[in-house]
Ligand binder design. Structure first.
Ligand code: GLU
Length: 287
């Protein structure tokens, strides 16, 4: 059983992604399970050259040492294809030629291609969601319930250009790696229901989830490379840990900025509690 951190290599770590890495690391250490590192590198056009190496160096410089070997989603394509074949055998997928324009204006996928069970080049693959409701208890936000229709209905497993969707890849990887707890940003809360749906259909055991607040800039926009977030500087590892700890509801003592990195990590491990994490969906980083 294990936890994981799964960055997309779209750029270097910023304080928002570091907070997620630290929260998932601390929870795995508290549970005395492994903490795996997975690089979500399927979307190669969005991947930045050198970003993976930079992420690995920054994690290492912050004392965030992962267990076992790194998993790359780009090397799991066979597993995703196998899952699609299983869902196809169960009659749950269909081939969809709708463009964005065709589905615009609908609250959820209108079912246009639902009867199209024959593969055609240039068609996306969608899964039928059949008005299913998904319920789970989030470790921070409590009981959650979503109807898949309210999340857009029949969703895409493989895009028209052949790219495997985030939902399918994540469901398969979390299931196959026996991940039993996932800590990630609250911007992914709605995606959880889609992933759980797929895992149930594929007989994979869904993990427990806890969604931490995302870190946003003062305009409420999630920190990201696109929003111009500054990369973390490994030289400031101690301060970065302290900043992240405060976001996560911990209260490091005043003298902590004089500590060494190992001392800060030790303190954070001793004091980590999932139920101290704020329940807000976002927190503002004022810099
Ligand atoms: N790769 C995703 C991201 O960087 C996170 C995936 C996940 O934790 O499920 O936003």
């Amino acid at each position: 059983m294990a936890g994981r951190f799964a960055p997309s290599p779209t750029g270097p770590l910023h304080i928002g992604s570091l907070v997620t890495a630290i929260a998932s690391y601390l929870e795995a250490r508290k549970r005395q399970t492994s903490w795996f590192l997975r690089i979500d590198d399927l979307d190669s056009p969005r991947s930045a050259i050198g970003a993976t190496d930079q992420i690995l160096r920054d994690l290492d410089a912050h004392g965030l040492h992962w267990d076992g070997s790194i998993q790359y989603q780009s090397s799991q394509l066979e597993a995703y294809q196998l899952a699609i074949s299983k869902l196809e055998e169960a009659g749950l997928i269909f081939y969809c030629g709708c463009s964005r324009k065709d589905t615009r204006g609908h609250n959820y996928y209108p079912g246009t291609c639902r009867d199209n069970k024959i593969f055609r080049i240039g068609y996306a693959i969608r899964i039928q969601t059949n008005n299913v409701n998904i319920e789970f208890s989030d470790g921070i936000r409590g009981p959650c319930k979503h109807s898949l229709e309210s999340l857009g209905g029949d969703f895409i497993l493989r895009r028209r250009d052949g790219l495997i969707s985030y939902h399918l890849a994540t469901a398969i990887d979390d299931g196959n790696s026996k991940i039993d707890h996932v800590i990630r940003g609250s911007d992914l809360l709605n995606e959880t229901s889609k992933q759980r749906y797929l895992m149930e259909l594929l007989n994979l055991t869904p993990p427990e989830y806890a969604h931490i607040p995302i870190i946003a800039d003062r305009h409420g926009v999630k920190l990201s490379k696109r929003s111009g977030a500054k990369p973390v500087n490994a030289v400031d590892a101690v301060n970065n840990w302290l900043t992240a700890s405060r976001f996560l509801g911990l209260s490091p003592p005043l003298e902590a900025h004089k500590w060494g990195l190992q001392e800060v990590i030790h303190w954070a491990k001793e004091n980590w509690k999932l139920n101290s994490v704020p329940k807000e969906s976002s927190l503002i980083m004022d810099n």
